[in-house]
Design a protein around this ligand. Sequence first.
Ligand code: GAP
Length: 524
Amino acid sequence: MADKEYTDPERMEKIVSLCKRRGFIYQSAELYGGLNGCWDYGPLGVEVKRNLKDYWWRRNVQEREDIVGLDGSILTHQAVLTASGHVGGFSDPMCDCLLSKARLRADQIEPQSGTAYHYSGASEGEWTVERRFAVLLREGQNENKARKTARQYYAQFHPNKSLSPKTLELQGETTSQEENTTSFNPENGSLLTEAREFNLMFKTQMGASSSEDDPNAVAYLRPETAQSIFTQFKNVLDTSRMKVPFGIAQIGKAFRNEINPRNFTFRSREFEQMEIEYFCRPGDGLRLTDEWLENRLSFYEDIGLPREKLHVLDVPDGERAHYSEKTYDIEFDFPFGCQELEGVAYRTNYDLSKHQEHSGKPIEYFDETTKEKFIPHVVEPSAGCDRTVLALLCEAFDEEDVVDTKGKTETRTVMRLNPRIAPIKAAIFPLLKKNEDQVRISREIQEELGSFMQVFYDETGAVGRRYRRQDEVGTPFCITVDFETLGEEDPELKGTVTLRHRDSMEQERVAITDLLPRLLREIR
Ligand code: GAP
């Protein structure tokens, strides 16, 4: 059983560094100091992401008769999000540190115990300020720390900004014992403001003549892809002639003004979701939720996340989203802890009912066989594309000691990505870049394979170095064209190449004509 509390910050640091060094993921607007909570995928990252989305689409749309696709607009009508409850309620509780002004998610503050030092104000000569402030000291901390923090807090109100806080006289010091309080900033002990709700949606204005007060000009960047599926449910039903149970799938961007974006791409402000709304009869919702959970767990195993690192949380009553009667969170053991990868939620008929009510237009389904009319219920497997990419990168990262040809031990960094996810499927090397025949044959292989998959040609440096460069980005196969390919050593080996396997480092001879079918099988 995996330890759900386990974290490995050092490993995470190495992964973030490799992502930047090799072109998987960069901080957005890094040139200008970075845009917090936004990330850009580099040449290799974009391939990983695309492979994941393509595989998800193939499994859920192309290989199933009961699911069709949609690509809805990102800009979303205010009325849609009012009906869904997002305008009124899509918020997180937030509080501010009175000292540093840092903004914290109130529900993520670790409860602390200790002695709170309370003050009513401070003075300096004629100048006084009356404001309540407090500092929490944990057991063993010196009371002077509380006074120093309080002076720093009051100094910000003094007209002389270069004044040393030490010169301030604190007023009305009292103490109290606090147990499991979340009213203080764990970083510096300062009192926090009361928690208040902060809507996570990005609001924008539409149209050239829009004024800020014009309610008709307000639009939002969608906070989930799901809502366009609900609002287009009737159109999809009428145009595709699907019968319940059936699903609508969508992959696309979603935006949330997260209070604390963190853990690399894990909690971002702009991210991609892969969602299915699976419409069914009211009585089938709970059973289908269980079936989808199993389906999704097997999907993650098929892309390279081992079952023992996936955990299922049956979200208890009171902690589920307002629309949900049952939710399973699929969690993964990231190096920063066990965290949510996907939610599989039974959303009942909440959303379609709300859109019917708010739009005043019927969204009912008519069952031809039973002659019944009803608003379908929905089961929603909602996965985060960026989170899954991150999980895949974290799982794939490995360092191992290997002995080189001269007997020297070195560390091999290898991304053990599943071949269907790996950004480059095969790298092709001529053994010697000066050998015209080897180069010509390598280029021919590159051209043939390149029509079917992402390949990479490399002729610089020793072959061992070239292998290492590919190991580090997770290329599962390296193909070397050598003297044997030309038939110079053994005529029987003419037309064969060395196929080297990333994980085992084993090599085998393969006929050039067998390469394409062989690799297509391996990366499917
Ligand atoms: N339509 C349901 C829905 O949006 P959610 O649990 O809020 O449910 C679904 O989001 C998934 O989207 C999450 O499990 C996660 O993978 C991903 N996700 C949500 N917020 C995210 C964020 N700020 N950054 C990256 N991924 C996020």
